[in-house]
Write a protein that binds this ligand. Structure first.
Ligand SMILES: CSC[C@H]1O[C@H](OP(=O)(O)O)[C@H](O)[C@@H]1O
Length: 365
């Protein structure tokens, strides 16, 4: 997407083709800074500390991390050590494991002397495919927004949770891609942005994106969404996903399930937008089987923001000594999901729905 008239991807190789630049998302929205990743460890730390975040983006970053590792040690052991290191950074988003399996599978069949170049080329292919997939998700999702717009006066009011915009992918985003495509096509939209405690990806990142693109929006406290739906102020919900099961259960940022419950109770359509790389075809029961990342308590007990004089400050907001739980994701059962927006089209949240779009993955009866 464009920032101050210049087009960016969230991750891109440097001219020498031997390292990559990423946007440091821990500094947004108050500072737009690039960070250079030049080693396996740089990539692992960037994912773990959320310099880069968002399921598709951490998958692509892991693929580049594997490429950086091949410069350090292109042996079979080097591949395994890199995959183990990168896979351990964050457990929930299936894209990370998917990208590593795809790239490592290629490398294992190649001579050691070719592995570094091959790994960088494969990471670039995965990144390019992500851009194309997200653009296509935008096209398919924008049709839903256009259909809603045709039946009402005023803007289509879309609630979204966390950040599933271009910052969560290589470009375009997933949940926000339909909003960008619709907005750019002249469909009036207004986005209600859940702040998304505890890391505030909505208030900090989604709002930053929508401001930069000129999309009308309103930031709301997480707990306000149900109230707005009760009062007819939301026409549709679109969220991203970190892992969606073969049966259509949607794992996403903590709080998504609560929005889906409110949407169901108020008959508000609730969509998840995600590419092929986010689907875990090995799982049926997401609530039971998807590993939920437990993040540092400090994300709940402290807040970091800009001070009145333009600096950064971190303050404690929880009573000292109180125990904290910080699950980073929850799972919305397929029964609460109206539809899944993918790069291949929109389907119902079910095994049959997904198999219709991805017939090559249909399980033998
Ligand atoms: C398009 S994936 C975006 C997805 O990832 C976010 O999680 P995190 O910020 O912890 O990486 C969130 O669940 C978003 O919906």
């Amino acid at each position: 997407m464009k920032i101050d008239g210049r087009h960016y991807r969230t991750i891109f190789p440097e001219a020498d083709g031997r390292s990559v630049q990423v946007i440091d998302q821990t500094r947004l929205p108050f500072a737009f800074e690039l960070k250079r990743l030049a080693s396996l460890d740089d990539a692992a730390v960037a994912i773990r500390t959320m310099v880069v975040r968002g399921a598709p983006l951490i998958g692509v970053t892991a693929a580049y991390g594997l490429a950086l590792a091949m410069r350090e040690d292109p042996s079979d052991g080097g591949i395994e050590r890199a995959c183990t290191t990168l896979a351990a950074t964050r457990p929930t988003a299936i894209n990370l494991r998917w990208a590593l399996d795809r790239a490592a599978g290629l490398l294992r069949r190649a001579p050691e002397t070719e592995r570094e170049a091959l790994a960088f080329a494969e990471a670039a292919r995965i990144a390019d495919e992500d851009v194309a997939s997200c653009r296509s998700i935008g096209e398919h999702g924008a049709k839903i927004l256009a259909e809603i717009a045709a039946k009402k006066s005023g803007p289509v009011k879309v609630l979204t949770h966390c950040n599933a915009g271009w910052l969560a992918t290589v470009d375009w985003g997933t949940a926000l891609a339909p909003i960008y495509v619709a907005h750019d096509a002249g469909v009036p939209v207004h986005v209600y942005v859940d702040e998304t405690r505890p890391r505030n990806q909505g208030a900090a990142l989604t709002a930053f994106e929508l401001n930069a693109h000129g999309v009308p929006h309103t930031v709301i406290a997480d707990n306000a969404g149900g109230h707005l739906m009760q009062h007819g102020d939301i026409d549709v919900c679109i969220v991203g996903s970190d892992r969606t099961t073969a049966s259509g259960d949607v794992c996403n940022k903590i709080g998504t399930y609560l929005k889906a419950l409110a949407a169901s109770d108020n008959r508000v359509p609730f969509y998840a937008a995600l590419p092929f790389s986010t689907i875990d075809w090995t799982l049926e029961d997401g609530v039971r089987d998807i590993p939920i990342e437990e993040r540092d308590a400090r994300e709940v007990t402290h807040l970091t923001g800009r001070t009145e004089d333009g600096g950064f400050a971190t303050v404690q907001v929880v009573s000292p000594g109180s125990p904290v739980a910080n699950p980073a994701f929850d799972v919305t059962p397929a029964r609460l999901v109206t539809g899944i927006i993918t790069e291949r089209g929109v389907c119902e949240a079910s095994a049959d729905g997904l198999a219709t779009l991805y017939p090559e993955r249909r399980r033998a009866a």
